[in-house]
Design a protein around this ligand. Structure first.
Ligand code: LMR
Length: 396
């Protein structure tokens, strides 16, 4: 039966990490998968997470099943983290389902949408994170694209995006990354977001937000602003939340699917459908990561320390961006690299040709996506000048 299956090429992101690990060169630099790294190249367990985890293990008396919607305390704290001051008012008409990471939340969202409108269309930015389309089509949705990024100017193509969304069928969905857009690093400013929401509201589109980097762009509130603004203006929306990056819980698969509707009955019905969809895929989410997040967010001291640790990580991302931009500008006087500093979060597209990306990998052991997406957090104060010198000759 299975002899008909062909071997597939490696995943465009995770496959690079595997190749990187196998590369024996002492000079190798991994700018591929989006994980935070410290100066020594290690993805650390955040100190506050370590502490909460120890306390959790000491206090733990059972590993009995969680309900399909996940740990109740985690569900409340994550909703408040994303919705901020609006959380208490919105909560009665919201459903919150813990999910296995941001990927699990996106897939669960797709399954839920497919239950409401089979084979509904969802509009994705061009470009978008390469796993968005597989997760959403895997849940039965049809994907269309809206223009998002001007690669020559390294900026948002607002008007073409608005034009495309103005032509989208009413009732279709639009996936919007709340902040730190993956892979471009380009986020709309508030005025641009308002214009996007105007079209979303006028066309009666349903936003599906993906928030995977809250706190790693500007700060926790700024990075979630568009979600809160949409909740204020629109009748319904979905949000996929990931705790991989901002809590460093990558392998614990910790995330949530949020739904905000018009009333309590609406929210209850959606939650029951999402529970059923979860039960038919993985039964219930893993508990460990969610229980850690619940402890950190539920304790004022731990929460303040987490916020401080996160702010240091975000500040370091911004200073690595500045160092890369400066190094490239020094190596290529006259070439504008200031866009790197204006962009936010872990990723930017350097705009290199695939041949240049390949030669940087083969000759200099510098690993990045074939689209020249770099994980800024993969740089360090020790290698950024060398990376800038290697990349600069290939800038268009
Ligand atoms: C990335 O974009 O590199 C991360 O979100 C990791 C992943 O799963 O692709």
């Amino acid at each position: 039966m299975f002899e008909k299956l062909e071997t597939l090429p490696p995943d465009p992101i995770l496959g690079l990490s595997v190749a990187f690990r196998e590369d024996p060169s002492p000079d190798k630099v991994d700018l591929s998968v989006g994980v935070y790294r410290d100066r020594g190249g290690v993805t650390p367990v955040m100190s506050v997470v370590q502490e909460a985890e120890r306390a959790l293990i000491d206090a733990q008396v059972t590993k009995v099943y969680l309900p399909p919607a996940g740990a109740p305390g985690f569900r409340e704290t994550i909703f408040s983290l994303v919705l901020g001051d609006a959380a208490a008012t919105l909560r009665p008409r919201a459903s919150v389902i813990q999910a296995p990471g941001g990927c699990g939340a996106l897939r669960l969202g797709a399954e839920l949408i497919n239950r409401a409108v089979p084979a509904a269309t969802i509009h994705l930015s061009d470009p978008s994170w390469p796993n968005h389309a597989p997760l959403l089509t895997g849940g039965g949705l049809r994907v269309e694209r809206y223009p998002y990024y001007d690669s020559a100017g390294h900026r948002l193509t607002l008007q073409p995006m608005l034009d495309a969304l103005s032509g989208a069928a009413p009732g279709s969905l639009v996936l919007l990354q709340a902040s730190c857009h993956n892979p471009t690093g380009v986020d709309p400013d508030r005025e641009q977001w308002r214009a996007i929401l105007d079209v979303v509201a006028a066309r009666r589109l349903v936003p599906f937000f993906d928030i995977a980097y809250q706190g790693l762009g500007d700060d926790l509130d700024t990075d979630a602003w568009i979600i809160r603004e949409s909740a204020r203006r629109l009748p319904e929306m979905l949000v996929a939340v990931s705790c991989s990056k901002n809590f460093g819980l990558y392998r614990e698969r910790t995330g949530a699917l949020l739904f905000i509707g018009t009333d309590i009955a609406h929210a209850r019905a959606v939650e029951s459908q999402a529970n059923k969809a979860a039960r038919s895929m993985y039964s219930m989410p893993p508990g460990h990561g969610g229980l850690i997040v619940e402890r950190v967010l539920g304790d004022a001291t731990l929460r303040a320390r987490w916020q401080a640790e996160l702010a240091v990580m975000a500040g370091r991302l911004r200073s690595l961006r500045a160092a890369l931009a400066q190094g490239m500008a020094e190596a290529r006087p006259g070439v504008d690299t200031s866009w790197l500093v204006r962009q936010r979060g872990m990723f930017s597209l350097l705009g290199l040709r695939p041949e240049a990306v390949r030669s940087l990998r083969e000759e200099h052991h510098l690993y990045m996506g074939l689209d020249s997406r770099v994980n800024i957090a993969g740089l360090s104060e020790d290698n950024v000048a060398r990376v800038a010198r290697l990349v600069a000759p290939h800038l268009e």
